[in-house]
Design a protein around this ligand. Sequence first.
Ligand SMILES: C[S@@+](CC[C@H](N)C(=O)[O-])C[C@H]1O[C@@H](n2cnc3c(N)ncnc32)[C@H](O)[C@@H]1O
Length: 222
Amino acid sequence: MPFTQVKKLMEFISDELDKYVCDHTENEPAYLQELNRRTHVEVLQPRMLSGHFQGRVLSMLSHMIRPNRILEIGTYTGYSALCLAEGLTVGGKLITIDVNEELEELVSEYIAKANMQDRVENLIGDAMEIIPTLDEEFDIVFIDADKKNYINYYNLVFDKVKSGGYIIADNVLWSGKVLEEYDSLDKNTKLLMDYNRMIHEDERVQDVLLPIRDGLMIARKK
Ligand SMILES: C[S@@+](CC[C@H](N)C(=O)[O-])C[C@H]1O[C@@H](n2cnc3c(N)ncnc32)[C@H](O)[C@@H]1O
Protein backbone atom coordinates (compact mmCIF):
# COMPACT_ATOMS: atom_id res chain seq x y z
CA MET A 1 0.00 0.00 0.00
CA PRO A 2 1.49 3.42 -0.91
CA PHE A 3 2.52 5.63 2.03
CA THR A 4 0.09 8.45 1.05
CA GLN A 5 -2.81 6.00 1.22
CA VAL A 6 -1.63 4.69 4.57
CA LYS A 7 -1.35 8.24 5.94
CA LYS A 8 -4.96 8.89 4.87
CA LEU A 9 -6.08 5.74 6.64
CA MET A 10 -4.33 6.93 9.79
CA GLU A 11 -6.32 10.15 9.89
CA PHE A 12 -9.12 8.48 11.82
CA ILE A 13 -9.66 11.56 13.98
CA SER A 14 -10.99 14.57 12.11
CA ASP A 15 -9.57 18.02 12.83
CA GLU A 16 -12.87 18.92 14.55
CA LEU A 17 -12.73 15.85 16.81
CA ASP A 18 -9.06 16.48 17.52
CA LYS A 19 -9.91 20.05 18.55
CA TYR A 20 -12.74 18.76 20.77
CA VAL A 21 -10.31 16.30 22.44
CA CYS A 22 -7.78 19.08 23.10
CA ASP A 23 -10.50 21.49 24.27
CA HIS A 24 -11.55 18.89 26.86
CA THR A 25 -8.06 18.08 28.07
CA GLU A 26 -6.46 20.29 30.73
CA ASN A 27 -4.13 23.03 29.53
CA GLU A 28 -0.45 22.49 30.10
CA PRO A 29 1.27 24.83 32.59
CA ALA A 30 2.29 28.22 31.16
CA TYR A 31 6.02 27.31 31.18
CA LEU A 32 5.31 24.33 28.92
CA GLN A 33 3.28 26.49 26.49
CA GLU A 34 6.26 28.85 26.40
CA LEU A 35 8.74 25.97 25.89
CA ASN A 36 6.59 24.67 23.03
CA ARG A 37 6.60 28.11 21.36
CA ARG A 38 10.33 28.62 21.85
CA THR A 39 11.11 25.15 20.50
CA HIS A 40 9.13 26.00 17.36
CA VAL A 41 10.94 29.31 16.92
CA GLU A 42 14.48 28.42 18.00
CA VAL A 43 15.11 24.70 17.52
CA LEU A 44 15.34 22.42 14.49
CA GLN A 45 12.68 19.73 13.99
CA PRO A 46 10.10 21.08 16.49
CA ARG A 47 7.70 18.30 15.51
CA MET A 48 9.77 16.03 17.76
CA LEU A 49 8.31 17.74 20.85
CA SER A 50 5.47 15.77 22.48
CA GLY A 51 3.10 18.75 22.63
CA HIS A 52 -0.07 19.56 24.55
CA PHE A 53 -2.18 16.39 24.18
CA GLN A 54 0.55 13.73 24.39
CA GLY A 55 2.19 15.71 27.18
CA ARG A 56 -1.02 15.62 29.20
CA VAL A 57 -1.32 11.87 28.53
CA LEU A 58 2.24 11.33 29.83
CA SER A 59 1.49 13.45 32.89
CA MET A 60 -1.73 11.50 33.54
CA LEU A 61 0.06 8.12 33.16
CA SER A 62 2.73 9.31 35.56
CA HIS A 63 0.13 10.47 38.11
CA MET A 64 -1.58 7.06 37.81
CA ILE A 65 1.68 5.13 38.32
CA ARG A 66 3.11 7.48 41.01
CA PRO A 67 6.72 6.64 40.10
CA ASN A 68 9.72 7.20 42.31
CA ARG A 69 12.26 6.80 39.50
CA ILE A 70 11.77 7.63 35.80
CA LEU A 71 14.30 7.30 32.98
CA GLU A 72 13.74 9.20 29.74
CA ILE A 73 15.85 8.42 26.66
CA GLY A 74 15.66 11.44 24.33
CA THR A 75 15.20 14.77 26.15
CA TYR A 76 15.15 17.12 23.13
CA THR A 77 13.99 20.43 24.71
CA GLY A 78 12.64 18.78 27.86
CA TYR A 79 8.88 19.00 27.24
CA SER A 80 8.03 15.32 27.87
CA ALA A 81 10.49 15.11 30.79
CA LEU A 82 8.68 17.93 32.61
CA CYS A 83 5.29 16.31 31.91
CA LEU A 84 6.40 12.91 33.23
CA ALA A 85 8.05 14.50 36.29
CA GLU A 86 4.69 15.97 37.35
CA GLY A 87 3.60 12.56 38.68
CA LEU A 88 6.73 11.75 40.72
CA THR A 89 6.25 10.90 44.37
CA VAL A 90 7.88 13.12 47.00
CA GLY A 91 11.64 12.54 46.85
CA GLY A 92 11.31 10.99 43.37
CA LYS A 93 13.67 11.64 40.46
CA LEU A 94 13.56 11.69 36.67
CA ILE A 95 16.79 11.16 34.74
CA THR A 96 16.69 12.28 31.12
CA ILE A 97 19.43 11.64 28.54
CA ASP A 98 20.20 13.37 25.25
CA VAL A 99 23.23 13.29 23.01
CA ASN A 100 22.67 16.88 21.78
CA GLU A 101 24.62 19.19 24.08
CA GLU A 102 23.35 22.29 22.23
CA LEU A 103 19.96 21.89 23.93
CA GLU A 104 21.33 21.65 27.47
CA GLU A 105 20.97 25.35 28.29
CA LEU A 106 17.35 25.56 27.14
CA VAL A 107 16.46 22.37 29.01
CA SER A 108 18.07 23.65 32.23
CA GLU A 109 16.24 26.97 31.88
CA TYR A 110 12.86 25.21 31.75
CA ILE A 111 13.69 22.72 34.52
CA ALA A 112 14.25 25.85 36.64
CA LYS A 113 11.06 27.55 35.38
CA ALA A 114 9.15 24.40 36.36
CA ASN A 115 10.89 24.53 39.74
CA MET A 116 11.99 20.93 39.28
CA GLN A 117 15.76 21.24 39.80
CA ASP A 118 15.51 18.83 42.74
CA ARG A 119 13.64 16.24 40.66
CA VAL A 120 14.97 16.34 37.09
CA GLU A 121 18.53 15.39 36.17
CA ASN A 122 19.62 16.15 32.62
CA LEU A 123 22.47 13.94 31.35
CA ILE A 124 24.31 14.69 28.12
CA GLY A 125 25.76 11.85 26.08
CA ASP A 126 24.98 8.71 24.13
CA ALA A 127 22.23 6.83 25.95
CA MET A 128 23.77 3.51 24.88
CA GLU A 129 26.85 4.41 26.93
CA ILE A 130 25.12 6.15 29.85
CA ILE A 131 22.39 3.59 30.64
CA PRO A 132 24.81 0.82 31.74
CA THR A 133 26.36 3.27 34.25
CA LEU A 134 23.01 4.01 35.98
CA ASP A 135 22.64 2.24 39.28
CA GLU A 136 18.87 2.73 39.73
CA GLU A 137 15.62 0.76 39.48
CA PHE A 138 12.97 2.53 37.41
CA ASP A 139 9.17 2.58 37.61
CA ILE A 140 8.88 4.13 34.13
CA VAL A 141 11.28 4.22 31.18
CA PHE A 142 10.24 6.46 28.28
CA ILE A 143 12.06 5.61 25.03
CA ASP A 144 11.95 8.53 22.58
CA ALA A 145 15.38 8.76 20.92
CA ASP A 146 17.00 7.27 17.78
CA LYS A 147 14.74 4.58 16.35
CA LYS A 148 17.65 2.33 15.36
CA ASN A 149 18.38 1.69 19.04
CA TYR A 150 14.84 1.09 20.37
CA ILE A 151 15.44 -2.67 20.71
CA ASN A 152 18.87 -2.06 22.23
CA TYR A 153 17.38 0.42 24.74
CA TYR A 154 14.65 -2.05 25.71
CA ASN A 155 17.20 -4.81 26.28
CA LEU A 156 19.56 -2.47 28.15
CA VAL A 157 16.91 -1.13 30.54
CA PHE A 158 14.88 -4.29 31.08
CA ASP A 159 16.74 -5.51 34.18
CA LYS A 160 16.69 -1.97 35.59
CA VAL A 161 12.87 -1.81 35.49
CA LYS A 162 11.02 -2.86 38.63
CA SER A 163 8.57 -5.73 38.44
CA GLY A 164 5.26 -3.93 37.74
CA GLY A 165 7.16 -1.06 36.07
CA TYR A 166 6.56 0.30 32.57
CA ILE A 167 8.59 0.75 29.39
CA ILE A 168 6.83 3.24 27.11
CA ALA A 169 8.09 3.82 23.55
CA ASP A 170 7.01 6.73 21.34
CA ASN A 171 6.46 6.91 17.55
CA VAL A 172 5.75 3.19 17.17
CA LEU A 173 3.15 3.79 14.41
CA TRP A 174 5.65 5.94 12.46
CA SER A 175 2.88 7.96 10.74
CA GLY A 176 1.20 4.73 9.67
CA LYS A 177 4.21 3.36 7.77
CA VAL A 178 4.05 0.20 9.90
CA LEU A 179 1.14 -0.94 7.68
CA GLU A 180 3.29 -1.10 4.57
CA GLU A 181 4.90 -4.20 3.05
CA TYR A 182 7.89 -5.04 5.33
CA ASP A 183 10.36 -5.82 2.53
CA SER A 184 9.73 -2.47 0.79
CA LEU A 185 10.42 -0.41 3.89
CA ASP A 186 13.29 1.81 5.04
CA LYS A 187 15.50 0.72 7.93
CA ASN A 188 13.84 2.83 10.67
CA THR A 189 10.32 1.61 9.87
CA LYS A 190 11.50 -2.01 9.84
CA LEU A 191 13.18 -1.50 13.21
CA LEU A 192 10.00 -0.02 14.71
CA MET A 193 7.97 -2.95 13.34
CA ASP A 194 10.58 -5.32 14.80
CA TYR A 195 10.28 -3.46 18.12
CA ASN A 196 6.47 -3.77 18.19
CA ARG A 197 6.64 -7.47 17.29
CA MET A 198 9.31 -8.14 19.89
CA ILE A 199 7.32 -6.48 22.69
CA HIS A 200 4.13 -8.24 21.61
CA GLU A 201 5.89 -11.63 21.72
CA ASP A 202 7.77 -10.98 24.97
CA GLU A 203 5.97 -13.04 27.60
CA ARG A 204 7.69 -11.12 30.39
CA VAL A 205 5.48 -8.09 29.70
CA GLN A 206 1.84 -7.11 29.22
CA ASP A 207 1.58 -4.85 26.15
CA VAL A 208 -0.86 -2.29 24.80
CA LEU A 209 -0.27 -0.10 21.76
CA LEU A 210 -2.10 3.19 22.25
CA PRO A 211 -2.89 5.05 18.99
CA ILE A 212 -2.07 8.39 20.59
CA ARG A 213 -0.36 10.87 18.27
CA ASP A 214 2.34 8.74 16.55
CA GLY A 215 1.67 5.70 18.74
CA LEU A 216 2.78 4.77 22.27
CA MET A 217 3.75 1.15 22.95
CA ILE A 218 3.30 0.47 26.65
CA ALA A 219 4.91 -2.64 28.14
CA ARG A 220 4.30 -3.51 31.78
CA LYS A 221 6.90 -5.80 33.29
CA LYS A 222 5.11 -8.71 35.00
C1 LIG B 1 11.98 12.79 19.40
S1 LIG B 1 13.24 13.72 20.22
C2 LIG B 1 12.71 13.62 21.91
C3 LIG B 1 11.45 14.42 22.15
C4 LIG B 1 11.11 14.62 23.62
N1 LIG B 1 11.10 13.36 24.34
C5 LIG B 1 9.73 15.24 23.72
O1 LIG B 1 8.74 14.51 23.62
O2 LIG B 1 9.61 16.46 23.85
C6 LIG B 1 14.60 12.61 20.12
C7 LIG B 1 15.86 13.05 20.85
O3 LIG B 1 16.74 11.91 20.96
C8 LIG B 1 18.06 12.36 20.94
N2 LIG B 1 18.95 11.23 20.63
C9 LIG B 1 19.16 10.63 19.42
N3 LIG B 1 20.07 9.65 19.55
C10 LIG B 1 20.45 9.61 20.85
C11 LIG B 1 21.36 8.80 21.61
N4 LIG B 1 22.07 7.83 21.03
N5 LIG B 1 21.49 9.05 22.92
C12 LIG B 1 20.77 10.04 23.52
N6 LIG B 1 19.91 10.83 22.87
C13 LIG B 1 19.73 10.62 21.55
C14 LIG B 1 18.05 13.47 19.89
O4 LIG B 1 19.15 14.34 20.09
C15 LIG B 1 16.69 14.13 20.13
O5 LIG B 1 16.80 15.28 20.93
